[in-house]
Design a binder for this molecule. Structure first.
Ligand code: BT5
Length: 318
């Protein structure tokens, strides 16, 4: 924990009684000026901290943003061992990549309440205004790059399972979207580095829409439409717990262990779909039937069932 987080913890512990700057300084072994600076930064982050002569500082309100200090307290799975980030950044995937390149062990999490350059797959934009949780996690699975293809599906299932613990049941849309009713609730972006036949690191980015912003993204769904007071830190923590659990299954059993959970939640099964590649060329069309043991989408077309490893799915309206 950073000194700033220690200041926050001490303020939480003090509750309504508050705690003086002098006691904080003594407790943390820093100067009173340093304590004042940390309090100022916490206020900038949205923490309401009153200062009164005599009683000192008092924590009056915590902001509803997925700040590392808030999410860390709510996460239960010990797999997540480091929480970084802050109110805003360019892209949490870039920040997590920096951690990866610096040799950070797996289980690190980067969080942001706003992203200025949030991205989706294939260079698309991920709209990231305040009201969402933008999360990237660092993983180092001991697998070959080709085996990592199904990890995005496992992460999507993990996010879905995590949110189920909050009473929201999203569906998954192959390959790695989460949907609520007809809208996109979350997307997963996997970025990877590998050496010969071994993955070095994977950064999995999760963009999760929590509270509907003034200008909502086209076709987007928001958790708060179903659970008004869900809170973005709580949503992020639930998603992280779900992802850690599903990642453990995937490591242990491969995608086979995740497959049924994916199919149960799949929004596509039985639907008429068109799967296109990144250039827009149609790869397969027909009825989506589920996924195989490698996470490939099975599409029954005129000439039988085809397994598609990558692509964009659109529903064909009959
Ligand atoms: C994804 O891409 O769905 C993956 C999104 C991953 C975002 C996370 S946030 C944390 C981490 N840091 C990053 O910079 N990225 C990751 P894709 O399947 O390509 O979907 C992108 C498309 O979704 C866009 O072209 C829009 O049509 C739509 N979209 C953009 N922002 C959205 C939002 N907030 N909610 C719903 N749909 C959105």
């Amino acid at each position: 924990m950073s000194t700033r987080e220690h200041v926050l913890e001490a303020l939480r512990d003090a509750g309504a009684a508050g705690v003086s700057g002098e006691s904080l300084a003594r407790m943390l072994g820093v100067s009173r000026v340093a304590v004042g600076k940390h309090v100022a930064t916490l206020r900038e982050l949205g923490y309401e901290i009153s200062a009164e002569r005599g009683s000192g500082y008092r924590l009056d309100a915590i902001p509803d943003v997925p700040l590392p200090a808030e999410v860390r307290r709510l996460v239960r799975n010990p797999f997540w061992n480091r929480f970084e980030g802050g109110i805003e950044t360019g892209s949490t995937n870039d920040d997590a990549r920096e951690l990866a390149v610096a040799g950070t062990e797996e289980g690190a999490v980067v969080l942001a309440a706003v992203q200025h350059a949030g991205r989706g797959r294939l260079g698309r934009q991920w709209e990231s205004p305040q009201g969402g949780a933008y999360i990237s996690v660092l993983l180092r699975p001991p697998v070959a790059p080709a085996e990592a293809g199904s990890l995005g599906l496992a992460i999507a299932v993990g996010v879905a399972r995590g949110l189920e613990s909050l009473g929201v049941c999203p569906s998954v849309k192959w390959p790695n979207d989460l949907r609520l009713a007809e809208g996109k609730l979350a997307g997963v972006l996997l970025e990877m580095s590998a050496e010969s036949d071994q993955v070095t690191w994977i950064v999995a980015g999760i963009g999760l829409n929590v509270t509907r912003p003034a200008r909502s993204a086209e076709g987007a769904a928001y958790l708060s439409d179903l659970v008004p007071d869900i809170g973005s830190a709580r949503a992020a923590a639930a998603a992280l717990d779900g992802v850690a659990a599903e990642y453990a299954v995937w490591l242990d059993q491969g995608f086979e262990g995740v497959r049924d959970a994916f199919i149960e939640r799949s929004a596509l099964t039985g639907q008429q779909v068109v799967v296109s590649d990144m250039l827009g060329n149609v790869r397969a069309q027909g009825v989506a039937e589920g996924v195989d043991d490698e996470g490939r989408l099975l599409v029954r077309g005129r000439s039988g069932v085809e397994a598609v490893a990558a692509g964009e799915v659109t529903l064909r309206r009959s």
